[in-house]
Design a protein around this ligand. Structure first.
Ligand SMILES: N[C@@H](CCC[C@H](N)C(=O)O)C(=O)O
Length: 261
């Protein structure tokens, strides 16, 4: 059976969007189907899938990683999701979106989409090991788990071909790992290895975790915008005085069609 899909990205973190308003098209979206859709050679290709389903009068973003696993939150995905809801479902901005990490609000100014991801949780130091090298890292939760490691240069993380090793007591469900370098005042650059997707060109929640960890090191006043460069573009993150993390960046829809995958 053929069903509709769209393809989009936020700073080149790319997603397959599956419209499923009443939950009848993809009610039991299996991990196998997600992997087939995200396959970059035999499928549509993507770092993840965003299933759009109505729940209790709101839209719910049912996010899946490319390997079929679920995550609580996706910061680039929710901006793409909001653009889809606005352009195809007529939802006005600002809009509320349900996620596994609760309700988030997305607004738009010109080509910039801002997602209010709520309060971060900042934990202590931990460590991750990547291809045999161990890095100290700060544990930050943006609803989903992150390890933020400051490095001297982004090549130090190596090819990021393997799942980083982590402390299972700290991250029982796996972890997204960000490597960060300074570029200037309130300006950093990062690479990321995402749980369930491998190295990606961007991670919105990862950029937020990086901005939070960096502003703590800087002792920056709340409300200071941080510029976070990722391989796929640039994101701006503001940790507000009332303890909310605002993620601003582009959201692009590039294709739509029918698939029988
Ligand atoms: N790319 C996303 C995060 C997607 C989920 C992540 N891989 C996880 O498993 O937590 C983003 O933009 O935040």
């Amino acid at each position: 059976m053929s069903y509709p899909f769209l393809k989009g990205h936020g700073t080149e973190n790319d997603f397959v969007v599956l419209p499923d308003a009443d939950g009848t098209v993809h009610g039991d979206l299996s991990a196998d189907r997600v992997r087939a859709l995200c396959d970059r050679r035999a499928g549509i290709g993507g770092d993840g899938v965003l299933r759009a389903v109505r729940r209790d009068g709101d839209w719910f973003m049912d996010y899946r990683n490319a390997d079929g696993s679920v995550s609580e939150m996706c910061g680039n995905g929710i901006r793409v999701f909001a653009r889809y809801l606005h352009e195809r479902e007529g939802e006005p901005f600002p809009m509320k979106i349900q996620t596994r990490d609760g309700i988030k609000v997305v607004d738009r100014t010109g080509d910039d989409y801002t997602a209010d991801l709520g309060s971060p949780e900042v934990f202590g130091e931990t460590h991750v090991t990547v291809m045999g090298t161990t890095f100290a890292a700060r544990h930050v939760s943006m609803g989903n788990p992150h390890a933020v490691a400051f490095v001297d240069n982004l090549a130090q993380a190596g090819p990021l071909l393997e799942e980083p090793e982590h402390d299972d007591a700290v991250y029982p469900d796996g972890v997204n790992v960000e490597f960060v370098v300074r570029r200037g005042e309130h300006h950093v650059a990062m690479r990321v290895h995402e749980r369930g997707s491998g190295e990606t060109r961007s991670c919105g929640t990862g950029a937020c975790a990086v901005a939070v960890a960096t502003s703590l090191v800087d002792d920056a006043p709340r409300g200071t915008p941080y510029r976070v460069d990722v391989p796929g573009g640039t994101l701006t993150i503001t940790w507000t005085e009332d303890d909310r993390v605002l993620l601003t960046g582009p959201a692009v829809l590039v294709a739509e069609g029918l698939t029988d995958l």
